[in-house]
Design a protein around this ligand. Structure first.
Ligand SMILES: Cc1ncc(C[n+]2csc(CCOP(=O)(O)OP(=O)(O)O)c2C)c(N)n1
Ligand SMILES: [Mg+2]
Length: 650
C-alpha cells in the first residue's frame, strides 16, 4: 500500500488568517438551528466513554501516576530465626507474603496496566509467564501464527484504547510478531509484545534461537528492555508500562529470560489499582488562541485522527464543530472518528479519498490537525498542510517542522478529548459573531454536497464478471447496523470502502496505517472477542487474506463470529496497478493462482460461501450475519478493476 502513487495538484496560495476576537464583548449570535452548547445531550449513537477519568479539569499535567519501584527484594524464603525463649508475648508477625515468581509478577503488572487478553503461539521459553496469565484473570487466545497474535493484540488496543499482550518465543516468534509491532507503532496503539529469551547462563553463546531482542525487534517498538534480575523486574516492567501507555502510546518489547520467569520475587504484590496515564491537559491560553484562530478563519477545517478515537473524544468533537461551524475530515483509516452522516463530515484522506477531500484541505485558510500523526499517506505525501498554510497541531506529541512539514502556527500538547472539553467550555463562555458563521454554514453545505457527489461508488451498470465492489460496499451500508465493526486488510480492494463505506459511531473501524497485508482477519477476530454481540466484518483481498487465513481456525475455536469478505482478483492487484503505471510492460510476480476460499473456510471449521453476482451478495451477507459463526464470503471480482471506479480498458 505504501507504494501507491500520490497525485500532486497545484497548490493554491496561502491566505493570511483574518483576526476576529472571540470575546464576551461580541454581540449575541443569531440563534442558529443548532442546539445550545451546554444543553446538547450526549449523542446516543456514540460509544461509551472510557473507564479513564471522566472530567478533564482535575487532571494532572503529564504526570504518570505510577507506583514507586519496588524496593530490593527481602529474603522471604529464609526461615525466621527461633524467637528467644524469655520473651513473653511477641508482637504478632504480619501475614507472610507468598513469594511470587517473576512470571506471576509480570502477569500482575499486565493486569494492573489494563490487559485482559493475551494472544500467543506458545514457546518453551516463557511458560512461567503463560501459566500465570489465567491466574490473574487474563484470557489467553492461542493463534496459528505470531503475526496473527500481534495483529489481534494491536486491533484490541486500537479498538478499546487499552493494551493487550502478545507473547512469542525467542528469535523465531519475535520475527513473526514484527509486522504487528510495526503496525502498533504506526497506529500509536498501546501494546505489550513479550518475548521469551534464552536462559541467562546461555546468553551470548549463540544459544538456540538467541538474538539480541531489544537491539533487533525491540527497535521497531516504541521502547524495549530485557529483564535481568528478579529484584529489578517490577521496576523495569513498570517502566515498560509507562512507555506503552504514556505520551503517544505504542508497543513495547520486553525480553524475558526463561530462567528468570521462574525465579521468586519476595515482597508485597503490586498495588492492584489499575495503571492509567493522566490525561494531558492543554494550556488554557493555547486553547484560547486556537479558538481565536478557528473563529477568525474563513475556511477552517479539522483533520481528526486516532487521538480523538483513543480518548473517546468524538462526542466532544461533534459538539465543538457544531458550535464553531467547522467541518471535519477524517485522517486515513480513521473514518469512524466523526459520524459520516453528519452535515459537517467531508470524507477521509489517503488512498481512495474522493477528490474533494484534498481540494478542501488545500482550500483551508486554517487547518487544525487533532490527534493525527500526519503520516505520509494521511497527508498525501506530506503535502497537507500545504506550504505556507497556517496550521495547528493538537496532539500528545505534536510534530514540529520535521518530516518536511511546515512549522505549525501553533502546537498544543494535549490529549484530544481533554482539549475538546476545555475548548467547548471556553466557547460556551464566549459569544460568537453570527455573520461569519452563516457564511461558513452555506459554504459547508456546498462542500458537503460536493463531497457526497464525489464519493459515489456505484455509477457503472454492471453485469459481471464477478460482483461489483462498489455494490458490495453499498450493501454493507444498507445492511450493517451502526454498531457493526469493520476491519480492513491492505490492497486495492480497500479503496472502495475508503471511498464509500459509512460509519456512524466511533470504535467501529479498525485498520492498519502500516499498510500491512494479513491484518483484516486477525483484527476482526480480536474485535469479535471484544464485542461478542456485534456484527464484525473483515474486508480483504485474496493476497492479504491468504497470509493469515489459518486464523479462521482460531476464530472457530474461540467462538468469534466474523464475516470475512474476500475480494478475489487472483493477483496482487495493487502492485500490478503500479507495474501498469510504470509502463515498462513488466508484470513480474503479481499473478496468483486461484484459491477456493469457501472450501478453505469449511476445512478450517468455519462456513464458506462463494458469491458470483451482485444479486446473490445481500442474501449471503444477511445469512452470514445471522449464522452466529465465522463465515467467509468469497467474492470473485473482475481483474480489470484498477482502482475505485476505474476499469482497465485492456
Ligand atoms: C505484508 C505486506 N507485504 C507486501 C505488501 C505490498 N503490497 C501492498 S498491496 C499488495 C497486494 C495486495 O493484494 P490483495 O490482497 O490481493 O489485494 P488487491 O490489491 O489485489 O486488491 C502488496 C503485495 C504489503 N503492503 N504488506
Ligand atoms: Mg488481489
Amino acid at each position: 500500500m505504501t507504494d501507491e502513487p500520490l497525485e500532486t495538484p497545484a497548490l493554491p496560495e496561502p491566505e493570511p488568517a483574518p483576526v476576529v476576537p472571540l470575546t464576551a464583548d461580541e454581540p449575541e449570535p443569531e440563534p442558529g438551528p443548532e442546539p445550545e452548547p451546554v444543553a446538547v445531550p450526549e449523542p446516543p449513537e456514540l460509544a461509551p466513554e472510557p473507564a479513564a477519568d471522566p472530567e478533564p479539569v482535575a487532571v494532572a499535567v503529564a504526570v504518570h501516576e505510577l507506583p514507586e519501584p519496588a524496593p530490593e527484594p527481602v529474603a522471604v524464603a529464609v526461615p525466621e530465626p527461633p524467637a528467644p525463649e524469655p520473651e513473653p508475648e511477641p508482637a504478632p508477625e504480619p501475614e507472610p507474603v507468598a513469594p511470587r515468581t517473576v512470571g506471576r509478577l509480570i502477569a500482575d503488572a499486565l493486569r494492573a496496566a489494563g490487559v485482559d487478553v493475551a494472544f500467543t503461539v506458545p514457546g518453551e521459553s516463557f511458560l512461567g509467564l503463560l501459566e500465570a496469565l489465567p491466574q490473574v484473570g487474563i484470557r489467553v487466545v492461542t493463534t496459528r501464527h505470531e503475526g496473527g497474535a500481534a495483529f489481534m493484540a494491536e486491533a484490541h488496543g486500537q479498538l478499546t484504547g487499552k493494551p493487550a499482550a502478545c507473547l512469542a518465543t525467542r528469535a523465531v516468534g519475535a520475527a513473526n510478531m514484527a509486522i504487528g509491532i510495526h503496525t502498533a507503532r504506526a497506529n500509536s496503539t498501546p501494546m505489550f509484545a513479550l518475548v521469551g529469551q534464552v536462559t541467562r547462563p546461555l546468553k551470548g553463546r549463540e544459544a538456540f534461537q538467541e538474538i539480541d531482542l531489544p537491539g533487533s525487534i525491540g527497535r521497531i517498538a516504541k521502547w524495549s528492555i530485557e529483564l535481568e534480575t528478579a529484584g529489578r523486574a517490577e521496576a523495569n516492567f513498570l517502566e515498560a508500562t509507562r512507555h506503552a501507555l504514556g505520551g503517544r502510546p505504542g508497543p513495547v518489547v520486553v525480553s524475558l529470560p526463561e530462567d528468570l520467569l521462574d525465579e521468586l520475587v519476595p515482597g508485597a504484590a503490586l498495588d492492584a489499582a489499575p495503571f492509567r496515564p493522566a490525561r494531558i491537559e492543554p494550556d488554557d491560553a493555547a486553547v484560547r488562541r486556537v479558538l481565536h484562530l478557528l473563529t477568525a478563519a474563513r475556511r477552517p477545517v479539522i483533520l481528526a485522527g486516532a487521538g480523538v478515537l483513543r480518548s473517546r473524544g468524538t462526542a466532544d468533537l461533534v459538539r465543538l464543530v457544531e458550535l464553531l461551524e467547522v467541518p471535519v475530515i477524517a485522517s486515513w483509516r480513521r473514518p469512524d472518528v466523526f459520524p459520516n452522516d453528519h452535515r459537517l463530515y467531508l470524507g477521509m484522506t489517503g488512498y481512495g479519498a474522493a477528490d474533494t477531500v484534498r481540494a478542501r484541505l488545500d482550500d483551508a485558510d486554517l487547518l487544525l490537525v487533532l490527534g493525527a500523526r500526519l503520516n505520509e499517506i494521511a497527508s498525501f505525501g506530506y503535502e497537507v498542510p500545504r506550504r505556507g498554510q497556517p496550521w495547528i497541531h493538537v496532539d500528545l506529541e505534536p510534530r514540529g517542522a520535521g518530516n518536511g512539514l511546515g512549522e505549525p502556527t501553533q502546537a498544543v500538547v494535549a490529549d484530544a478529548r481533554t482539549f475538546l472539553r476545555v475548548a467547548r467550555r471556553r466557547v460556551s463562555m464566549g459569544v460568537l459573531a453570527a455573520e461569519p458563521f452563516d457564511a461558513r454554514r452555506a459554504a459547508d453545505e456546498a462542500d458537503r454536497a460536493a463531497y457526497l457527489a464525489a464519493s459515489v461508488i456505484t455509477d457503472e451498470p454492471w453485469s459481471g464478471p464477478g460482483v461489483h465492489p462498489g455494490r458490495v460496499i453499498e450493501t454493507l451500508n444498507r445492511i450493517l447496523p451502526p454498531q457493526a465493526v469493520v476491519t480492513t486488510d491492505a490492497g486495492n480492494f480497500s479503496g472502495w470502502a475508503a471511498r464509500g463505506l459509512h460509519f456512524r459511531r466511533p470504535g467501529t473501524f479498525v485498520g492498519p496505517t502500516s499498510g500491512a497485508m494479513g491484518y483484516g482477519l486477525p483484527a476482526a477476530i480480536a474485535a469479535s472477542l471484544e464485542h461478542p454481540g456485534r456484527p464484525v466484518v473483515a474486508l480483504a483481498g485474496d493476497g492479504g487474506f491468504a497470509m493469515t487465513m489459518s486464523e479462521l481456525e482460531t476464530a472457530v475455536r474461540e467462538r468469534a463470529t466474523v464475516v470475512a469478505l474476500v475480494f478475489d482478483n487472483h493477483r496482487y492487484g495493487t502492485i500490478r496497478a503500479h507495474q501498469d503505471r510504470r509502463g515498462t510492460g513488466a508484470r513480474e510476480s503479481t499473478d496468483l493462482g486461484p484459491i477456493d476460499f469457501a472450501a478453505v473456510a469449511t476445512a478450517l471449521g468455519a462456513h464458506g460461501v462463494r458469491v458470483d453476482d451482485d444479486a446473490a451478495f445481500e442474501p449471503a451477507l444477511v445469512a452470514a450475519l445471522a449464522a452466529g459463526t465465522t463465515t467467509v464470503i468469497h467474492l470473485p471480482i473482475d481483474r480489470r478493476w484498477r482502482s475505485v471506479g476505474v476499469l482497465d480498458p485492456a
